[in-house]
Ligand binder design. Structure first.
Ligand SMILES: Nc1ncnc2c1ncn2[C@@H]1O[C@H](COP(=O)(O)OP(=O)(O)OP(=O)(O)O)[C@@H](O)[C@H]1O
Ligand SMILES: [Mg+2]
Length: 492
């Protein structure tokens, strides 16, 4: 998966489809549409500014029965692309009897995604630098006062060190660790200057060889959350308000930090995180993230059919009103408006929206007209047949069969599926779908579970064995169930 994770911007639509092919069987039209939409944004960014602003993204509406890969396409796209990506359920904004989460929160959430993404990219670049600093820091903790820089400046706060408050507060435990007493930690008063460079270098070697991982040192751990955010004033929601209050509260009691005894291994983690945090410029991260979210961001709105006013199933006037309300609330965001977030104001004009829904009860035309117009690209996903199921079982990188084989491997049981067993399962899935209810590829999950129930349960008795699943085995486990309509209604 790692080969192409990053440079999605450079991928051609064909290559994007190829990437999606690793996970999604069929649904060529949908894959093509998302690939083109993604490519169009990189194309747009190459244009001169005046034209660039004129080109709005072509939002996509994916329509198709349940379990055929709508969400899966979105999920894979998210993993593939270097663009900030957020998936939300439209129904989340319609909770009956309560004005659901305000729709602008989706932009705030997308911005948080973008922020984290940029931050971790930057930290990745700084990692080597940070590692060096952490090593020095650990040596300071193990041998207080041994740092040559400290000695030269006679313990004046050192501007090159990343966080002077730490130097003062963290110290080595003065109790020698039992069973590990071959080196005594020098007492931290007076004698510090006697710790010479060669000791420090010896410790450095031991540290690098991993010999000190279990030693305990005292570090100052600052509480997570950092500075309290002022999002309340930036138009945050109730939830955001709550977390802000918590931040404020933790700031007030205990000044947000605390001393702890931890092993070197843990200390390294804590220090790395802190040093990395102090090394990246948060304002710069926010700037880059804002740009990326505005220009490349993608929001996937799932279950959009559930907020359509279906003419047939008029379920309580009140609910319809709230559904339509949500549609109206979403409009300006899709159209392009400014949303306040704690990282600044985000312009949503060029964010790409992909909406998806089964539209089994309602139709796209049941959405309010303005909203329909905002999703000019319609792609239909097709129902899956037995051949598709066969491929879905075998081909994807994370296919069900591969999943179960590795699960059983942990129990030292080797599963082998024959071709005709897979054919048989696909046929049964298709058959049950067409006779009872079409739940798409999700049927394969129930079938696999039923098929392997006994093996799963008795795995310990089969340690070291290879179990062959052939057509006969599938028939033995499933045919009885699937031939009886009533039973299969419940089991498969
Ligand atoms: N075309 C496909 N190729 C590979 N796997 C698929 C395909 N379609 C569905 N699946 C698998 O079936 C499961 C359900 O698919 P998914 O979540 O995409 O359904 P959906 O279309 O979003 O349905 P719903 O309308 O109910 O949300 C997932 O585990 C997915 O991996
Ligand atoms: Mg879905």
């Amino acid at each position: 998966m790692s080969e192409n994770e990053k440079g999605l911007e450079e991928l051609t639509p064909k290559q994007i489809v190829q990437q999606l092919d690793h996970y999604i069987i069929g649904q060529e039209k949908a894959k093509k549409a998302v690939a083109i939409a993604l490519r169009n944004r990189t194309r747009r960014l190459k244009l001169p500014e005046e034209i660039r602003d004129e080109i709005a993204p072509k939002n996509i509406l994916m329509i198709g029965p349940t379990g055929v890969g709508k969400t899966e396409i979105a999920r894979r796209l998210a993993k593939l692309c270097g663009a900030p990506f957020l998936k939300v359920e439209a129904t989340k904004y319609t909770e009956v009897g309560y004005v659901g989460r305000d729709v602008e929160s989706m932009i705030r959430d997308l911005m948080s995604v973008g922020y984290k993404m940029v931050k971790s990219e930057m930290q990745e670049q700084l990692k080597a630098d940070a590692e060096k600093k952490v090593e020095e820091k650990l040596l300071d903790l193990l041998l207080p006062g041994s740092n040559p820089k400290d000695r030269k400046t006679d313990k004046k706060p050192d501007s090159a060190s990343f966080d002077s408050s730490h130097d003062a507060e963290s110290a080595v435990s003065d109790k020698p660790i039992p069973g590990n007493g071959f080196f005594m930690v020098p007492p931290s008063t007076g004698t510090e200057k006697t710790v010479d460079n060669s000791t420090r270098e010896k410790f450095r070697t031991m540290l690098r060889e991993g010999k000190l991982e279990e030693r305990e040192v005292e570090v100052t751990v600052s509480r997570r959350g950092g500075t309290p955010t002022m999002e309340i004033f930036a138009g945050g929601s109730i939830e955001d308000l709550e977390s802000t209050m918590q931040n404020l509260a933790s700031m007030m009691n205990g000044s947000g930090s605390k001393r702890r005894m931890v092993t070197i291994a843990e200390a390294r983690k804590i220090l790395t995180e802190e040093i990395l945090d102090s090394m990246v410029d948060m304002d710069k991260v926010a700037d880059i993230a804002k740009h990326r979210v505005e220009q490349m961001g993608i929001i996937f709105i799932d279950e959009i059919d559930k907020i359509a006013n279906s003419s047939s199933s008029s379920g309580g006037g009140g609910q319809d009103v709230s559904r339509e309300g949500v549609q109206r609330d979403i409009l300006p965001i899709i159209e392009g408006s400014s949303v306040n977030t704690k990282f600044g104001v985000i312009d949503t004009t060029h964010i790409l929206f992909i909406a998806s829904g089964a539209f089994s009860v309602s139709k796209p035309s049941d959405l309010i007209a303005e909203l329909q117009g905002r999703f000019p690209l319609r792609v239909e996903l097709t129902s899956l047949n037995a051949d598709d199921f066969e491929l879905i079982l075998k081909e994807p990188k994370n296919s069900l069969i591969k999943q179960y084989v590795s699960l059983m491997e942990t129990e030292d049981v080797k599963l082998e599926f024959t071709e005709d067993a897979i054919k048989r399962m696909s046929f049964i899935a298709y058959d049950v779908n067409s006779r009872i209810e079409n739940i798409g590829a999700r049927r394969l999950h129930t079938i696999m579970e039923t098929l392997l129930e006994d093996i799963s349960f008795e795995a310990d008795e089969h340690k070291g064995e290879t179990i062959k699943i052939d057509a006969a085995y599938v028939d033995q486990k499933l045919t009885g169930i699937f031939q009886n309509q009533d039973i299969s209604r419940y089991i498969l």
